[in-house]
Design a binder for this molecule. Structure first.
Ligand code: GDP
Length: 155
């Protein structure tokens, strides 16, 4: 009994030490087509804890702020137009290796190159309208989480 108790505490501590947070958005195309619940189910089945989530929408200026690293690229206007075109579900996800594992689960930016079974393979229709966003690194994740969520919402 006592041994089990300690083992559980060690596992909980390990989970806490190794856990990482990432940021994701279910994009307007996937929300419009009614894929939100299926995408959330796939994320949870892959072992992610949904720490925070909300349904919201952003203005073009807010989308430009979010995607500032892409300013000046040929797809920037289309991307920010699209991201402000309807409701989205921004969310904070947690698990060990969350950043890299979510990128794997999402699949390649261009769905034509996405691995079978990935979220983009299933639900994205083009490189521009590709169903889901996921942070590409630790610094990006910190910036992106703070862009959409206040500290008090993240417990
Ligand atoms: P991600 O991290 O896989 O989302 O890809 P990036 O960070 O490189 O790009 C951000 C988003 O911009 C992508 O998810 C696409 O929606 C869009 N995007 C990137 N490259 C292109 C492109 O060549 N053409 C168009 N139309 N959109 C693009």
């Amino acid at each position: 009994m006592q041994a089990l108790h300690w083992r559980e505490r060690i596992f909980a501590l390990r989970r806490e030490i190794l856990s990482e947070r990432t940021f994701s958005i279910i994009k307007p195309d996937a929300v419009r087509k009614g894929h939100t619940a299926a995408i959330l189910a796939q994320i949870e089945e892959a072992g992610f804890k949904i720490v925070a989530i909300k349904r919201t929408s952003i203005s073009k200026v807010q989308a430009e702020g979010f995607y500032a690293v892409h300013a000046g690229k040929p797809f920037f206007a289309g991307l920010t137009e699209f991201m402000s075109s309807g409701p989205i579900f921004p969310m904070v996800l947690e698990k060990e290796n969350a950043i890299a594992d979510l990128r794997k689960l999402m699949g390649a930016t261009n769905p034509a190159q996405a691995e079978e079974g990935t979220i983009r393979w299933k639900y994205a229709e083009s490189i521009g309208e590709n169903a889901i966003h996921g942070s590409d690194g630790e610094e990006t994740a910190t910036f992106e989480i703070g862009y959409f969520f206040a500290g008090i919402e993240l417990k």
